[in-house]
Design a protein around this ligand. Structure first.
Ligand code: NAP
Length: 435
């Protein structure tokens, strides 16, 4: 067998340690698949006193991550996360013509166009399967397995923290704050959860998926994002009674008016596979114009699950070492000259069905006034649920609308909130039927 393929790891945290373990555990199969052994020879850490949950025998540890770029390695694996110094390190490796494997969705979504330009210019491989969906091979599925399709839409549960919180709220009836606290105690959520619960992490991942699906440059700036912190246990309960589960989805769609890129809490019909994907799992639904619907489910995070994707990239890179760059699978699935920027619609321009929850005084004529506003606004009602109040309490109305432009929904909601018997604090969430 040929000489080992030498790996330099920048970062030896959750994923870095997973990569060391998986390469060691499956060494024989991996060598058989790559045509040569793949071994970690160098790794960089910040804190040299921290114990690592992997066998570091034979690995040269360094403290300066730039040393990994300069070291005698065949590939640089960036696993530190964030923009800087990850960006500078990745660019330096690519400029030196070294292949790079990364799991860093933030870096790719925000600086990906610059990074891909540099990779192309220097004929260097760049692989990033672990950046979306952890261990789910969704990049390979989109870029290669579905390459014969026009992709119409994709929708995914691509943030495990949000899915865990919403599942806790559904199963245990917990408030958002209590479910977040539980997620933090189990290590599913960071001490500062903003990145996850406000949808930024999912927007990073959606940016990457949409570029491959629609053959467009990375447009993180254009993703319309709403977090899950406004979802209440009552919304979850009412949605269930109406036949839906609430999930935080990243949605990308292509239509006559432009492309939709959005992340927000969404009502999903209970019978859909996405509605049944619970806990910290991820699931992505892709609709292609030849294959129809395909769904990919699995662990979106965790050391070994994410390492599964990093190691698959390493095998691909090892197989193509020394090959003419024209034989690489294009970074975003389409050749650079075929990538085309497209108009991305804002929230106000999209069409969707909506769930509206209103708190209203328990008086005669309320329902008539509300349904009149909907009729005047040319909004059909798909379902309506009225919850009778307890003594001295307000009643609750939950409505599912037909598919309408968002500005029309907002206009009708504003009129309803101006009615004297409608209390402040309505809820408005989008509904997705996957038709
Ligand atoms: P992590 O556990 O925080 O590990 C980060 C590693 O990078 C640590 O070894 C740390 O050194 C080192 N590091 C951090 N900042 C550094 C800096 N400025 N200079 C030099 N070294 C630095 O992170 P992770 O969870 O493994 O995530 C790594 C990447 O994978 C991120 O891009 C993340 O988004 C992505 N990812 C993670 C998962 C997951 O399940 N964790 C899933 C998918 C994708 P010390 O150990 O010495 O502190």
């Amino acid at each position: 067998m040929s000489a080992p393929f030498k790996v330099g790891l920048i970062g030896l945290g959750t994923v870095g340690q997973g990569v060391v373990r998986v390469l060691q555990r499956n060494a024989a199969e991996i060598a058989g698949r790559a045509g040569r052994p793949i071994v970690v020879t160098h790794a960089s850490v910040r804190n040299s006193t921290r114990t690592r949950d992997c066998d570091l025998t034979g690995i040269t540890l360094v403290s300066d991550p730039a040393e990994i770029v300069r070291a005698d390695v065949d590939v640089v694996v960036e696993l530190i996360g964030g923009i800087s110094p990850a960006r500078e390190l990745v660019l330096a490796a690519l400029e030196a013509g070294k292949p790079v494997v990364t799991a860093n969705k933030a870096l790719l979504a925000e600086k990906g166009n610059e990074i891909l330009f540099t990779a192309r210019k220097h004929g260097a491989q760049l692989a990033y399967e672990a950046a979306v969906g952890g261990g789910i091979p969704i990049i390979k599925a989109l870029r290669e397995g579905l390459a014969g399709n026009g992709i119409d839409s994709l929708a995914g549960i691509i943030n495990g923290t949000c899915n865990y919180i919403l599942t806790q709220m559904t199963v245990k009836g917990q408030s958002f704050a209590d479910a977040l606290h539980a997620a933090q105690k189990l290590g599913y959520a960071e001490a500062d959860p903003t990145f996850d619960v406000e949808g930024i992490d999912a927007a990073h991942k959606l940016t990457i998926l949409a570029s491959i699906a629609f053959g467009m440059p990375l447009r993180f700036d254009a993703v319309a994002t709403e977090g899950i912190s406004q979802v209440t246990a009552q919304d979850i309960q009412l949605a269930q009674e109406l036949g839906y589960r609430i999930k935080s989805l990243g949605i990308a769609k292509r239509g006559a008016q432009g492309v939709e890129l959005r992340v927000h809490p969404t009502l999903v019909p209970v019978e859909h596979l996405l509605a049944k994907t619970d806990g910290a799992l991820n699931a992505i639904r892709v609709h292609g114009n030849a294959v129809g619907q395909t769904v990919y489910v699995g662990r979106g995070a965790g050391g070994d699950a994410t390492a599964s994707a990093v190691v698959a990239d390493l095998i691909d890179v090892a197989r193509l070492q020394g090959a003419d760059p024209k034989h690489f699978v294009p970074y975003l699935g389409s050749r650079s000259e075929a990538l085309k920027d497209q108009k991305v619609l804002s929230f106000s321009e999209i069409e969707s069905a909506y769930y509206l929850r209103l708190r209203v005084a328990d008086e005669p004529g309320v329902l008539r006034a509300i349904t009149s506003i909907l009729a005047e606004s040319d909004i059909s009602i798909e379902a309506i649920l009225q919850k009778e109040p307890g003594e001295n309490e307000d009643a609750t109305l939950a409505i599912i609308t037909s598919e309408i432009p968002e500005h029309r929904c907002n206009g009708a909601l504003e009129k309803m909130l101006n009615l004297p018997f409608v209390r402040p604090g309505a809820s408005r969430l989008r509904v997705e039927h996957f038709e």
